[in-house]
Design a protein around this ligand. Structure first.
Ligand code: OXT
Ligand code: ADP
Ligand code: MG
Length: 571
């Protein structure tokens, strides 16, 4: 017996080496779903003082890890079992990569010898091969002594350059491999300067400033890369010193407060159409910006300046006349230094035209937001919630849906950076609960999740997770009884429900009650306001079922034009 204890004390194993490697690199939170072969790993992590949050589905644990990466600039870690658990986590890994969020998906896997000979192991799958095209990098560790280097590589790959998702494959066998404890310690790797600053070339900075100086109608577009960079003060100083109107992309809202006098958020169409020089900071010219061309951008010729850490992003859709490659913090600092004291603000005719349009649009919207209609429309409901965010600017707003997403984005002003978390580049439904959980866990701030009823359904079971960890999350389900609207009719006249509708008068609030949280059913903006304020005051897990007029929305919200149209409709 004594001999055995002695022996154990001189040994370490794969389990411990994974934990030591993560902790050495200050990764203390894991989002996971337990099972063979990682159940004990989760237990040992918890025993070692790590925070291990168990979800009901890996996809939601993955979305939590992805947004944790966005919020902290450190890779968020999701841990899953083999084949099916791995596949469930994969959507989130791809989502992280698409959105440039640093994340590591660690999955246990089956025995290589059996997998490679396809001999039908428990949950057999060549996970590394499947993950590769969906992430920035994918690694497998086959020996305990390589765990340290494997985790170091995964961390550096996730956060350096353009951030993204990384897959790390840990076969079950590796976890149980033992080695001498001192030799094991020497295999651990602390990642030094995981995301080194990338200074822009001075001539690229000078070129960009020259183009901006020559502009008559300049516009700055801030994207979620700018929010990720955590260079908030420098960005604000640059925008203010330049005097140039700026347009925040959805998750960049609040980088400067939406009420800032230079915000062109409420004059989006005008700003895009009429501008002559557009400076993109951490925003891609993808579908969300109509690829930099076409009707959205109007007839006046444009020059684009782009600031991005990824050189390949330049000229992706249109010519970039002044590419500036580097990290946003360093680039913006270089602009500030290069602008000098004699920087001239853009012509007042341009800034005045934007301001006038903003004021007109804001004034037009204002009375609609004050309606107390029953059933509620989006404006009435969001008019109430808008005040709550104004009064609690450090709360985090999570948002998904179609109409629920689009109305919330334009109606609810954000006041602080990284407070608006949404569906991202892919417009994914289902990010809601994982995002809300990670937002609460990583920041300790209260979370308000405004969810379309369809969107909520993709991750709704995680309200049990919210209750279990007693997180300060208030979920508001905008219940219009369907996808886009609750009025769909089966065109065949048959008994099946239409493809876009749900059970009428569903009571999502009862789901929350089932898990010991607070469930509230509301039908008016006043009731909604009361329920959400109470939830935010108490910090108790709450779900508010907010009944929205089933006719209120439109097909696909503001992106209905992306739906293909059939020219041959069958009778
Ligand atoms: O300047 P103009 O005049 O143009 O006016 C603009 C602004 O200037 C102005 N504005 C303001 N006015 C006044 N005051 C203020 N403060 C203000 N701010 C702005 O308002 C207008 C609009 O401004 P905005 O929004 O900035 O501009 P615009 O033109 O909309 O911007 C263009 C875009 C493209 C940048 C923007 O629209 C955008 O970001 N869109 C994102 C859209 C998106 O991602 N949608 C989600 C996907 S839709 C669909 O795919 C859905 N599915 C399928 C599905 C998905 N997605 N995922 C998975 C895993 N499976 C399936 C499903 C199932 S949605 C969906 C469920 C939907 O049903 P729900 O029940 O959940 O939701 P409901 O619809 O509510 O029922
Ligand atoms: P949005 O959807 O808000 O327009 P995108 O996701 O399209 O934003 O673009 C984000 C961009 O920001 C990506 O091209 C990414 O390479 C870039 N990026 C991310 N982090 C940094 C950083 N620290 N410095 C510079 N660029 C960054
Ligand atoms: Mg709906």
């Amino acid at each position: 017996m004594a001999e055995n204890v002695e022996e154990v004390a001189t040994l370490t194993d794969g389990f411990n080496l994974v934990i030591d490697s993560l902790q050495l690199n200050d990764i203390q939170t894991i989002y996971n779903v337990p099972g063979i072969p990682i159940t004990d790993l989760g237990r040992y992590m918890q025993a070692a003082g790590m925070r291990v949050l168990s979800f009901r589905h890996e996809q939601n644990a993955g979305y939590a890890a992805a947004i944790a990466g966005f919020l902290t600039k450190k890779p968020g870690v999701c841990m899953t079992v083999s084949a099916p658990g791995f596949l469930n986590g994969l959507t989130a890994l791809a989502h992280a990569t698409t959105n440039c969020f640093p994340m590591i998906l660690i999955s246990g896997s089956s025995e290589r010898e059996i997998v490679d000979l396809q001999q039908g192991d428990y949950e057999e799958m060549d996970q590394l091969a499947i993950a590769k095209p969906l992430c920035k990098a994918a690694y497998r560790v086959l020996h305990a002594e390589d765990i340290g280097i494997g985790i170091a590589r995964a961390i550096r790959a996730a956060v350096s350059g353009r951030p993204g998702g990384v897959y790390l494959d840990l076969p079950a066998k590796v976890l149980a491999q033992t080695m001498d404890i001192e030799a094991g310690e020497k295999t651990l790797v602390k990642v030094i300067d995981a995301a080194p600053r990338q200074l822009p070339a001075p001539d690229s900075v000078a070129r960009a400033l020259d183009v901006l100086k020559g502009a008559e109608r300049p516009l700055i577009i801030l994207g979620k890369g700018a929010a990720y960079a955590q260079a908030d003060d420098a960005i604000r100083e640059f925008v203010e010193k330049s005097g140039i109107p700026y347009l925040p992309m959805s998750m960049a809202k609040g980088l400067l407060p939406d009420t800032h006098p230079q915000s062109a958020g409420a004059a989006r169409s005008l700003a895009l159409k009429e501008s002559d020089v557009v400076m993109l900071i951490g925003a891609r010219l993808n579908w969300l910006l109509s690829h930099g061309k076409g009707r959205t951008w109007g007839d006046s010729p444009k020059k684009f300046v782009q600031v991005d850490i990824e050189p390949k992003e330049m000229d992706s859709n249109v010519e970039i006349v002044a590419p500036v490659v580097g990290d946003i913090g360093s680039c913006v600092q270089a602009f500030l230094e290069g602008m000098g004291k004699d920087w001239v603000a853009p012509p007042a005719t341009w800034t005045g035209a934007i301001k006038e349009k903003v004021d007109t649009n804001v004034a037009r919207m204002a009375p609609r937001l004050q309606n107390n209609n029953v059933p509620m429309d989006y404006q009435g409901a969001l008019g109430a919630l808008r005040i709550i965010i104004r009064e609690r600017p450090d709360a985090i707003l999570v948002n998904e849906g179609a109409n629920t997403l689009d109305f919330t984005r334009s109606i609810i002003d954000m006041y602080q950076p990284r407070k608006r978390l949404d569906v991202g580049t892919w417009g994914v439904m289902g990010v809601g609960m994982g995002t809300a959980i990670a937002a609460a866990v990583e920041t300790g701030k209260p979370v308000l999740a405004i969810e379309g009823d369809s969107a909520f359904g993709f991750s709704g079971m995680e309200i049990e997770t919210i209750s279990r960890y007693n997180l300060p999350i208030c979920v508001v389900v905008f219940n219009n009884g369907g996808i886009y609207q609750g009025t769909g009719v089966n065109p065949s006249g048959g008994a099946d429900a239409a493809t876009t509708v749900f059970v009428k008068d569903a009571r999502y609030d009862k789901m929350m009650e089932a898990f010991g949280g607070v469930g509230v059913h509301v039908t008016s903006p006043d009731e909604l306001s009361q329920a959400v304020n109470a939830a935010m005051d108490s910090g108790k897990p709450t779900l508010v079922n907010a009944v929205i007029d089933e006719k209120a929305g439109t097909e696909s919200g503001r992106i209905g034009s992306l739906n293909p149209q059939s020219v041959v409709v069958r009778k």
